[in-house]
Design a binder for this molecule. Structure first.
Ligand code: G
Ligand code: G
Ligand code: MN
Ligand code: NA
Length: 254
C-alpha cells in the first residue's frame, strides 16, 4: 500500500529516471543502439528496478502513465543526441504486456515523435513473445500501424517464451534479442550450444537483426561474433548508465 501511494506520487515528484545501456556491433567498436531502462529513485528505499514496481504499476492501472512518461522522455533524449550529432542509430524502449492492449498506445508514440520532431526510424520497441501470443490480433494490428511510422520491433528475451514461432511471419519484426540465459551458457567447458546456434541460424534465415543480451566475457563475445551475431549488449561492454554518463560515452565513440 505504501509502495502504491509512492508510485502514484512518483511521476509528479520526478522520481523516475531512465538509464541507457549501449549496444555494440560484433567488433565491439561502434554503438549500434541504446536500450532505455526505467529506474525509480525512491525517497526512502533508494534505487528501485522495474521488477520491483512494474507488476504493481500494472495491477493498479498506473502503467499507462508510466509508459507515456518513458516514451516522452526517451524520444526527447534521442532528439537531443541527434541534434548534438552523437545519436546511435536506434533507441530501444521496453513495453509491458498491458501497453499493447491500450488503444491509445500508437497515438502516444506518434505524437511524441511529432512533438520532438524525431523520425520513427530512430525508435525500436521491445516486446516479449508472451505478450504477442496473448492476443495475436491486437498485437498484429498495433505493431503493423507502428511499423508504418518507421518504428521497428524487437522480440525481447527471445527463446524463453511460449510461442509457435508463426508470429515471426505475421508481424513486422526487425530484431531478435537472444535472452541472456542462452548467452550465459557460452562457457569454456561446454561445447553443446545447439539452442543458441539454432536461434542465430533462424534469425539469419529470416533476415532479422540479432542482438545478444547479457554478454559478460570475451569468450562469449568472440563466439557470438564468429556466429555473425549483429549486436551485443552486456556488462563486458557497458552497464546501463545515467543520461550524462551515456552522453559522454556517445561523444567519445564518435
Ligand atoms: O535493468 P533491468 O533490471 O532494468 O530491467 C529489468 C526488466 O525490466 C527488463 O527485462 C525490461 O524489459 C524491463 N523494463 C525496463 N525498463 C522498462 C520500461 O520502461 N517499461 C517496461 N514496461 N519494462 C521495462
Ligand atoms: O529483459 P530486459 O532484457 O530488457 O533486460 C535488461 C536487463 O538485463 C536489465 O536488468 C539489465 O540491467 C540487465 N543486464 C544488462 N546487461 C547484463 C549483463 O551483462 N549481465 C547481467 N546479468 N544482466 C545484464
Ligand atoms: Mn529489454
Ligand atoms: Na531480456
Amino acid at each position: 500500500l505504501d509502495l502504491e501511494m509512492g508510485l502514484r506520487r512518483a511521476l509528479t515528484n520526478h522520481e523516475f529516471a531512465i538509464h541507457y545501456q549501449p549496444q555494440f556491433d560484433a567488433q565491439g567498436q561502434t554503438v549500434c543502439g541504446v536500450e532505455a531502462l526505467l529506474r525509480w529513485q525512491h525517497p526512502e528505499r533508494g534505487l528501485l528496478y522495474p521488477g520491483d514496481f512494474i507488476p504493481l504499476a500494472e495491477e493498479v492501472g498506473l502503467i499507462g502513465h508510466m509508459t507515456e512518461w518513458v516514451i516522452d522522455t526517451t524520444v526527447r533524449q534521442m532528439k537531443a543526441w541527434v541534434d548534438a550529432g552523437i545519436a546511435p542509430p536506434r533507441m530501444a524502449i521496453n513495453l509491458s504486456a498491458l501497453d499493447l492492449k491500450r488503444s491509445s498506445l500508437v497515438g502516444e508514440i506518434t505524437q511524441a515523435l511529432e512533438r520532438h520532431q524525431l523520425p520513427g526510424e530512430r525508435i525500436e520497441l521491445e516486446i516479449t513473445e508472451n505478450l504477442i501470443v496473448q492476443d495475436i490480433n491486437i498485437a498484429t494490428q498495433r505493431l503493423t500501424e507502428l511499423a508504418r511510422h518507421g518504428i521497428s520491433i524487437a522480440i525481447d528475451d527471445f527463446g524463453t517464451g511460449y510461442s509457435s514461432l508463426s508470429y515471426l511471419h505475421q508481424l513486422p519484426i526487425h530484431t531478435l534479442k537472444i535472452d541472456r540465459s542462452f548467452v550465459q551458457d557460452i562457457v569454456p567447458e561446454r561445447t553443446g550450444r545447439s539452442v543458441i546456434d539454432a536461434i542465430i541460424a533462424m534469425g539469419h534465415s529470416l533476415e532479422l537483426t540479432i542482438v545478444a543480451e547479457g554478454v559478460e566475457t570475451e569468450l562469449q563475445k568472440d563466439w557470438l561474433a564468429q556466429k555473425r551475431c549483429h549486436g551485443m549488449q552486456g556488462y563486458l561492454f557497458s552497464r546501463p548508465l545515467p543520461t550524462e554518463a551515456v552522453t559522454h560515452l556517445l561523444e567519445a565513440a564518435i
